[in-house]
Design a binder for this molecule. Structure first.
Ligand SMILES: Cc1cc2nc3c(=O)[nH]c(=O)nc-3n(C[C@H](O)[C@H](O)[C@H](O)COP(=O)(O)OP(=O)(O)OC[C@H]3O[C@@H](n4cnc5c(N)ncnc54)[C@H](O)[C@@H]3O)c2cc1C
Length: 380
């Protein structure tokens, strides 16, 4: 059987890409997913959507994605729990303060309605946060969050309506190549599909999928843990980040708090087990920032994979030297929020050979030889 486009992975990337390709009238698209829609990182993520980044590439993609999120429920006819409650970023050191001041200028230039916010204003606006050691903050009201499962289902259902076939519980085990082309993919049960375009949207398994095609890409999986508390009366509008404490937290529509901690020393692996250590550190860090959290009960914890790159920015576009291999991988912990813009651009690229905004600095070419690259510093 011949497919015009074969997408590996049904997270936000694979599902949204399938939708945007089908919206352009491209037919004969199939998504292959080894488990179910959202079983990878997307279904495990915090659902945060922010435009406050330290690199212009991430900033532009997030800004463009927000425009998608704002109209997604209407466009796809599906609830998403999208809420623009803002993002509050807190600086605790002079170095962070300087970086925030620099970031805000760049973000404002990219059109993001972000502003610096003083310690006294933070105290007034968000009285539950302990501000004694806060130097400064940044706040953007059009940032927010959504339910990652609902958003992804929304894209997947819309793609199905447009004729896309989802092969769930179907792992791709073999990829065949002839010269500069991917020619076919085979499933674990031996079904073989010839492919026109091949797309790697395999998240934490992106390097493994690339390796099946004989390619080495610099993406590495890294466990990140997260938890949810009992529901509380609504008190928290923004998603709050402290890079200094390596934590983020937000309140869901149902009142529960979702919070995560990033461990710099976590080794690269596919491990998604939960740990007691996480509960200890997370509890310690959150109560430093929000002392009232001391008596709140934790309901559930889980873990997922960040797909890291050396500069913590995604790798997008066509693989040099191959005519029909494309990828959107290595989001480094912020793929949910930028995927709408990324996948719309990838659909443009596949359909027309070009993108309406320049993404050349995010292709894999930046890692060629000894070139220098810019590290995205605003990852938590
Ligand atoms: C704890 C945590 C919190 C996060 N918080 C945020 C956040 O607040 N905001 C944000 O923007 N991002 C966040 N992220 C990052 C975000 O989850 C990811 O960047 C994003 O979900 C990546 O989506 P994806 O579709 O590319 O990958 P995934 O959702 O991982 O999907 C890839 C899919 O490919 C499938 N697959 C892999 N190999 C094969 C194969 N051989 N055959 C068939 N199928 C295969 C997998 O089963 C998987 O379902 C967080 C991540 C974690 C772990």
């Amino acid at each position: 059987m011949k497919l015009d486009v074969a997408i590996i992975g049904a997270g936000i990337t694979g599902s949204a890409l399938a939708y945007y390709l089908s919206k352009r009238g491209i037919k004969n698209i199939a998504v292959f997913e080894k488990q179910y829609v959202c079983s990878g990182s997307t279904g495990r993520c915090g659902g945060g959507i922010r435009q406050q980044w330290a690199t212009p590439g991430n900033c532009r993609l997030a800004y463009r994605s927000v425009k998608h999120f704002e109209k997604l429920e209407q466009e796809l006819g599906y609830p998403t729990e999208y809420y623009q409650g803002g993002y509050l970023l807190l600086a605790f050191t002079e170095e962070e303060k300087k970086q925030f001041e620099k970031n805000v200028l760049m973000q404002q230039k990219a059109g993001v309605p972000v502003r610096l916010i003083s310690q006294s204003e933070i105290k007034k606006m968000f009285p539950y946060i302990k501000t004694d050691d806060v130097k400064i903050g940044t706040h953007c009201q059009t940032d927010g969050h959504a339910n990652p499962m609902l958003v992804t289902q929304a894209y997947a259902e819309a793609a199905k309506k447009n004729g896309v076939k989802f092969h769930l519980f179907t792992e791709i085990k073999k990829i065949e190549r002839r010269g500069e082309q991917i020619t076919s993919i085979s499933t674990e049960t031996g079904d073989k599909f010839e492919v026109g375009v091949f797309f790697n949207a395999a998240g934490g398994y992106s390097a493994d999928v690339a390796a099946m095609a004989g390619l080495e890409i610099p993406t590495r999986p890294q466990r990140h843990e997260i938890l949810v508390t009992e529901p509380l009366k609504k008190f928290l509008d923004p998603l709050v980040i402290s890079f200094h404490h390596h934590i983020y937290f937000r309140q869901t529509m149902h009142g529960s708090l979702v919070m995560g901690w990033g461990d710099d020393n976590e080794p690269y692996s596919h491990n998604t087990e939960s740990s007691l250590e996480f509960l200890k550190v997370m509890s310690r860090q959150i109560t430093k920032l929000v002392p009232a959290m001391k008596s709140v009960k934790i309901i559930r914890q889980w873990a997922g994979l960040y797909n890291m790159t050396p500069d913590a920015q995604p790798i997008l576009g066509r693989m040099p030297g191959l005519s029909n291999y494309y990828q959107a991988v290595g989001y480094s912990g912020h793929g949910f929020m930028i995927a709408p813009a990324v996948t719309e651009l990838m659909a443009e690229l596949i359909d027309t050979g070009k993108t309406s905004i320049d993404i050349s600095e995010l292709t894999i070419d930046r890692f060629k030889g000894n070139q220098s690259f810019t590290l995205e510093k605003s990852v938590v």
